[in-house]
Design a protein around this ligand. Structure first.
Ligand code: CA
Length: 222
């Protein structure tokens, strides 16, 4: 399983990242200091690092320099509140592979993580590019869905929700998990937006593809 090292000192973001990445099929380990990040990034057990720049013990850029200074080629994505161009440029100059600013959408982060991993391991990526369930084919790269060979028009949220279901066929997924993963950690937990969007997907894909799991949430039939 692909292992991701999360270097982040904000517990709420750590928990959001871990849940989201694990739901997308990654395993994660989180640390909150630069020192442990440098140590673990060189341990050969991780496939990618998500690095916050504002850490309690040292600047994330120093962490980045230390990791690259050891000759480690592991992909590193910076995730930070600093959205100014000078931070971006110095992050990329010091060997970061990508740069994202907070607040962020989980779906975008996961897409960027996958893109980075594909560059490093192009053979393993092909299987992940399409998901199939019965007569439904979802093409992750083209962001297209076909049902019985016919193109189905989906909005971005509908697509992301369907992608999540198709990655976890047969599994009961809670409303809250769906909300966190598709709409983000700052979304109102009492919202019925998940039910509304499941309704849209049922209308477009057939009512029987997504089952209601009473008291839990929904399950996608494989
Ligand atoms: Ca921080």
């Amino acid at each position: 399983m692909t292992k991701i090292l999360i270097v982040e000192d904000e517990p709420r973001i750590v928990s959001f990242l871990r849940k989201g990445l694990e739901a997308s099929g990654f395993s994660t380990v989180a640390v909150d200091t630069g020192q442990s990040a440098i140590y673990l990034a060189s341990s050969n057990t991780f496939d990618l690092v998500i690095l916050d720049l504002g850490l309690p013990d040292q600047d994330g850029l120093a962490v980045l320099k230390a990791i690259r200074g050891r000759g480690e080629a592991i992909p590193i994505i910076i995730l930070t509140v600093y959205d100014d161009i000078s931070h971006k440029v110095s992050g990329l100059e010091h060997g970061a592979d990508d740069y994202m600013t907070k607040p962020f959408q989980l779906e975008e982060l996961v897409a960027r993580v996958r893109a980075r991993l594909r560059k490093g391991n192009s053979s393993g990526a092909i299987a992940q590019l399409t998901l199939t369930a019965g007569d439904i084919v979802l093409d992750i790269r083209q962001r297209q869905v076909l049902k019985a060979g016919e193109l189905v028009e989906l909005s971005t949220r509908e697509f992301t929700l369907l992608e999540l279901f198709m990655q976890r066929p047969g599994e009961a997924i809670s409303r809250l998990a769906l909300l966190n993963e598709v709409w983000g950690y700052d979304y109102d937990a009492s919202s019925n937006v998940v039910d509304v969007y499941v309704g849209y997907l049922r209308k477009k894909l057939g009512t029987r593809k997504i089952e209601t799991v009473r008291g839990v949430g929904y399950r996608f039939k494989p």
